[in-house]
Design a protein around this ligand. Structure first.
Ligand code: UGA
Length: 434
């Protein structure tokens, strides 16, 4: 099948590769010509396992092409996936500007039946809006009106695991009332060995928000519980392991830490809260989820400050800037808030991350970026682990301790063994761990 993907961000690039892996010929459209040229040369704008090798394989076999030509891209493909961003507006709602732009282009260049599939995370009612926007553009630009369907097909891939998740999903959600559209989507996904759940577009749209909001709720639940564990000398990791053995609860997304970040959970929780207040409904659990997530790094920094007797002139080594491992994405990363807090309290902040970069504006406040954890930790008063990059667990910790001024460590991801670290001589602080 010939498939067009509009938008070459995380989801767009991953889906281009996943659909090519499933045997389709895929065009990736983006308005950014420079990005398109680079992608055609096999150069990716993101750090993500497996993508580079898969892209060069499909470019070589002409199964993938990138284009900045909207007219040709739309006219040569009958199935169009919308993978553009839906960033948060200042009021927390989702900004549908890019979705609307894509709809207008489809309506303008449509030359026969098109199946338009919304993969971007978009609020309930977006599918209906898309139908209206495409129709209005068709009426404006064309004499002949062509048939089209718009379906919702949310994506559940995780950064750092994107291609594997896209190729082996737990489920495929299709929000559609058209048999023609549903049949095409079922054919596209017939290689994904998972249940296909067909529902109306509105339900599909809410399934995406509700899933992310529920996962965020699990994280905030365990993070808040970790504060009680700290007080009572209980290890939250043990508690989570025991809880997770109950199939009704499940062990995933119960890792206590510095809070969730990324381009999805914070934005989607806000968008759902915005929608609820718009409907005069209170989603009080979700309000708390967001509040706990905001206060978790503050709570942990207060513990560290108490331990060090203040941050002023203390050298703090921050390990990890990305919002999770295996990505260079720093959007809404709790590490950034932690670095800002330390700088505001006049600490000397040294940062290491294997791939992510510190935002440029933080250099004006004196952040030092280090090429190794060792350089960051030299003469430091404390280490704060913000991202659970696997290489941090393999560091030579006895040596790290030797080069530090004071061997204090706040393991914000509970990735190290408290027992081992204390045996080495660290003043170890975990998140709700003994
Ligand atoms: C999330 C969802 O997991 C995907 O299913 C969804 O498709 C995606 O959002 C999206 O909407 O596009 P992602 O944001 O890439 O994926 O990353 P996650 O693995 O979900 O992690 C999000 C944050 O939660 C990270 O900061 C991570 O460190 C944190 N987290 C995760 C915890 O603090 N504890 C956990 O137990 C799990």
């Amino acid at each position: 099948m010939n498939i067009l993907i509009i938008g070459t961000g995380y989801v767009g690039i991953t889906m281009i590769l996943a659909f090519a892996e499933m045997g389709n010929r895929v065009t990736g459209y983006d308005t950014d010509r420079e990005k398109v040229n680079r992608l055609n040369m096999g150069l990716l704008p993101i750090h993500e396992p497996e993508l580079k090798e898969t892209l060069s394989k499909h470019l070589q076999h002409n199964r993938i092409v990138f284009s900045a030509d909207a007219e040709k891209s739309i006219q040569h493909n009958d199935v169009i996936f919308i993978c553009v961003g839906t960033p948060a507006r200042a009021d927390g709602g989702a900004n549908l500007r890019y979705i609307k732009l894509a709809a207008e282009q489809i309506g303008r260049y449509i030359n026969g039946y098109k199946l338009v599939v919304i993969k971007s995370t978009a609020p309930v009612g977006t599918q209906q809006k898309m139908v209206r926007w495409i129709s209005l553009a068709q009426i404006h630009y064309n004499n002949v009106l062509h048939p089209f369907d718009v379906s919702s097909n949310p994506e559940f891939l995780r950064e750092g695991n994107a291609l594997a998740d896209a190729l082996n999903p737990d489920r495929v959600i299709i929000g559609s009332t058209s048999k023609r559209a549903t049949d095409i989507l079922k054919t596209i996904y017939n290689k994904a060995a998972c249940p296909v759940f067909i529902t109306r577009p509105k339900e599909a749209e809410l399934i995406k928000y509700a899933s992310n909001a529920f996962l965020a709720t699990k994280i905030s639940f365990i993070n808040e519980l970790s504060r009680l564990c700290d007080k009572m000398g209980v290890d939250v990791r043990e508690v989570a392991s025991g809880m997770g053995m109950d199939k009704r609860i499940g062990s995933l997304f119960l890792k206590a830490g510095i809070g969730y970040g990324g381009s999805c959970f914070p934005k989607d929780v806000s968008a759902l809260l915005w929608e609820a207040s718009n409907q005069q409904i209170s989603l009080s659990i979700l309000e708390k989820v967001a509040e706990i997530n905001r206060s978790q790094p503050i709570y942990l920094m207060a513990r560290l400050k108490e331990r060090l007797g203040g941050f002023s002139n203390r050298i703090i080594a921050v390990l990890g800037v990305s919002f999770k491992p295996d990505t260079d994405d720093i959007r809404e990363s709790p590490a950034i808030g932690i670095i800002q807090k330390l700088l505001a309290e006049k600490a000397v902040v040294r940062v290491h991350d294997p791939v992510a970069r510190v935002p440029a504006q933080l250099f004006d406040y004196g952040v030092e970026e280090c090429v190794s954890p060792r350089l960051a930790a030299k003469d430091a008063d404390a280490i704060v682990i913000c991202t659970d990059w696997p290489q941090y667990s393999k560091l030579n910790w006895p040596q790290m301790k030797k080069i530090m001024k004071f061997p204090c460590i706040l393991d914000g991801r509970n990735m190290l063994s408290a027992k081992t670290m204390r045996r080495i001589g660290f003043d170890y602080m975990g998140v709700g761990s003994r």
